[in-house]
Design a protein around this ligand. Structure first.
Ligand code: FAD
Length: 634
């Protein structure tokens, strides 16, 4: 009998990034006993790495901005496949959520007249990203953590215990969700340092575990991004949508090899940096796709003038949505016009004075100086695409963030729908605070409607413990497998075969490889004990990565068109018949096998549809879909 420490909470939030912290703050403020469980250190979530900023149409720098423009930009960025209700809520609520962060103590950079400053970013019509230099995520996490401490101080006053209502479990990894019938009843976890087990008894769980990037070799993501929340949701009976859409950020470092994939913020281009190929050409002018023709500058002169006068010039194509820029860089490199180390050049040195570069982009300056010995105030950077963000995630109700499993909620990168086929930069940080709060509220109202608390069966706890220790049982027959080898092979295969450009034979090869890896993963064995054992942790993460990768590959195979973060070499065009189709992934309870099925998405509400010109919609929609549009009715 393994020992399991037990805790009981009203709400358990898994993940301490922006989405998790905001959800937990809400649940606690509504009077619920809340736990925050995070597999990394408290304060070291992915959100902390966010650089460029948080999108909200406050209109501080350009008064023409408003939620409708933000909504339109978001739908365009996602190629009209977004869950439009999420995009609407996000655009409407982001400004209030940013203001609220200031009430928690955040201090964003200011305009000259003292308002929150906003910067340009790809796909956003107006300067829209509230930022703190290029360290915005750090400020968001810092202030939300501070808010949590202040709530704990209030709890001490009332209960004599700082952790009476809100407790953080750092370096604690959830491996299983437990159900009572069809609804959530708890979660099973281990402590990273001691390897000891814990059980959370809880009717409501908010998944806020972030993304899946560690399934790819070149990525801007760090070690926690192993798709745990996606896989936990699947195994609990929830569904994932949009998994074929993986964002490759156009500008990751390409050199030296040890730092390949580390992000170079879009803020560099937002602040004036331009992309160039080996001949010195600003090649993005040659890559404006038809759907964006007329919206972007066609000459260098106009593009440069736009930085100073946005009313009379169109924006630079260096700031097209990320999928477009990533594909363009890929094509330049393929055509032999790349930089020495297989990327292209990103030049800010010739565009801004050195002092200004150091002031606006301090992290980028240090990153290149320390990691690549490049001084970005005098030399161009070498950059190329890197796996950055997954648009796909748990299928949720837009208003409450609830999944199809009663008691299971999801917010932030682990949730799907909001960004459609491609996320605009800056729209994640705002997504976290808008839907983090909504997930907290969703969990609270679920709890309030609950007649009795669900229970946990002891056999489920034993099963979870047995599965967790399985990698210590060496196989008696056959070869024991090393988790690091399987991980490396998975990353290589996803990178090469289900990466930025895909084709049927290659995705099929990846799926065959996944079958092989899943079989071998059954024999993964680790040495040593449960204390601080990274090999063991990886073995447990592996089954999540394998399941989630299967979803990505299967959905990528099924979608026979190119859209946003899914480019099929064999189906290069966007196909209007596919626009409103969601690919929905599900799995069996053990997560041994993923299935994908197509289903239509609910059509956009008419008043929202009317926010777009008919001529624009015609680029994306089928004729039948537009019969009701007022532009046609006349
Ligand atoms: P995270 O912040 O990643 O938090 C996930 C949490 O879940 C962590 O605490 C992790 O430890 C925990 N966790 C995971 N699995 C488990 C488990 N099994 N058990 C317990 N805990 C678990 N977006 C923008 O909008 N603007 C930007 O400027 C921007 N810049 C970026 C720069 C970089 C380098 C990167 C990588 C991303 C950037 N993004 C940006 C994207 C954005 O930062 C992320 O999408 C966002 O922070 C995700 O937040 P989250 O709350 O969903 O998850």
């Amino acid at each position: 009998q393994v020992q399991v420490e037990r805790f009981a909470y009203d709400v358990v939030v898994i993940g301490a990034g922006g989405a998790g912290l905001r959800a937990a703050i809400e649940a606690r403020q509504q009077g619920k006993r809340t736990a925050i469980v995070t597999k990394s250190l408290f304060g070291k979530a992915h959100t902390v790495m966010a650089e460029g900023g948080c999108a909200a149409s406050m209109g501080n720098v350009n008064a023409k901005d408003n939620w409708e423009v933000h909504f339109r930009d978001t739908m365009r960025g996602g190629k009209f496949l977004n869950n439009w209700r999420m995009a609407e809520l996000h655009a409407k609520e982001a400004p209030d959520r940013v203001w609220e962060l200031e009430t928690y103590g955040a201090l964003f950079d200011r305009t000259k007249d003292g308002r929150i400053s906003q910067r340009n970013f790809g796909g956003h019509t107006y300067p829209r990203l509230a930022h703190v230099g290029d360290r915005t995520g750090l400020e968001m996490i810092r202030t939300m953590q501070q808010k949590i401490v202040s709530l704990q101080q209030e709890d001490f006053e009332e209960h004599g215990d700082y952790e009476a209502m809100l407790k953080v479990f750092p370096e604690c990894t959830i491996t299983e969700l437990i159900k009572d019938g069809d609804r959530i009843s708890g979660a099973f976890a281990y402590w990273r340092d001691s390897g000891k087990f814990l059980l959370f008894e809880t009717p409501a769980i908010v998944l806020a575990t972030g993304g899946i990037g560690k399934s790819f070799k070149v990525t801007s993501n760090s070690w926690e991004y192993t798709g745990d929340g996606h896989a936990l949701a699947l195994r609990a009976g929830a569904t994932l949508i949009n998994m074929e859409f993986v964002q490759f950020h156009p500008t990751g470092m390409v050199w030296p090899p040890s730092v390949k994939g580390i992000l170079v913020t879009e803020g560099v281009r937002g602040d004036g940096g331009v992309l160039k190929n080996s001949t010195g050409e600003r090649f993005m002018f040659g890559y404006i796709p038809d759907v964006f023709k007329g919206q972007y500058a066609e000459t260098e002169k106009e593009a440069d003038a736009w930085y100073k006068d946005q009313d009379n010039n169109r924006r630079t194509p260096d700031l097209l949505p990320r999928d477009e820029v990533a594909r363009a860089i890929n094509s330049e490199v393929k055509a032999g016009r790349g930089s020495p180390h297989g990327g292209v050049f990103l030049d800010i040195a010739s565009r801004l004075p050195a002092d200004e570069i150091r002031r606006r982009l301090p992290s980028m300056y240090h990153q290149f100086k320390e990691l690549a010995d490049v001084d970005i105030t005098s030399q161009p950077m070498e950059v190329g695409p890197t796996c950055h963000y997954v648009m796909g995630g748990v299928e949720v109700d837009p208003d409450t963030a609830s999944s199809v499993v009663p008691g299971l909620f999801a917010a932030g990168e682990v949730a799907g729908g909001m960004h459609g086929s491609n996320r605009l930069g800056g729209n994640s940080l705002s997504d976290l605070i808008v839907f983090g709060r909504r997930a907290g509220l969703g969990a609270v109202s679920y709890l309030d409607g609950l007649a009795e608390r669900p229970t946990i069966s002891e056999s489920d706890v034993d099963d979870a413990a047995n599965r967790a220790v399985a990698p210590f049982d060496w196989p008696t027959e056959g070869q024991a497998e090393n988790p690091y080898t399987i991980h490396a092979e998975l990353q290589q295969s996803m990178n090469d075969l289900v990466g930025i450009i895909r084709k049927e034979e290659e995705v099929q090869q990846a799926l065959d490889k996944l079958v092989e890896l899943k079989e071998r993963a059954r024999f993964v064995a680790v040495e040593g004990r449960r204390e601080f054992n990274p090999g063991w942790h990886l073995s447990l993460d592996l089954r999540n990565m394998l399941l989630v990768s299967e979803c990505v590959a299967k959905a990528a195979l099924m979608r026979t068109e190119s859209r946003g973060g899914h480019t099929r070499d064999d189906f290069p065009g966007m196909d209007a018949q596919w626009r409103n189709t969601l690919l929905v992934c599900s799995s069996d309870e053990r997560g041994t096998h993923a299935e994908v099925a197509a289903k239509p998405q609910e059509p956009m509400r008419e008043d929202l549809l009317e926010l777009f010109e008919l001529s624009e919609l015609e680029k994306y929609y089928t004729d039948e879909e537009l019969t009701q549009h007022s532009g046609r009715a006349g």
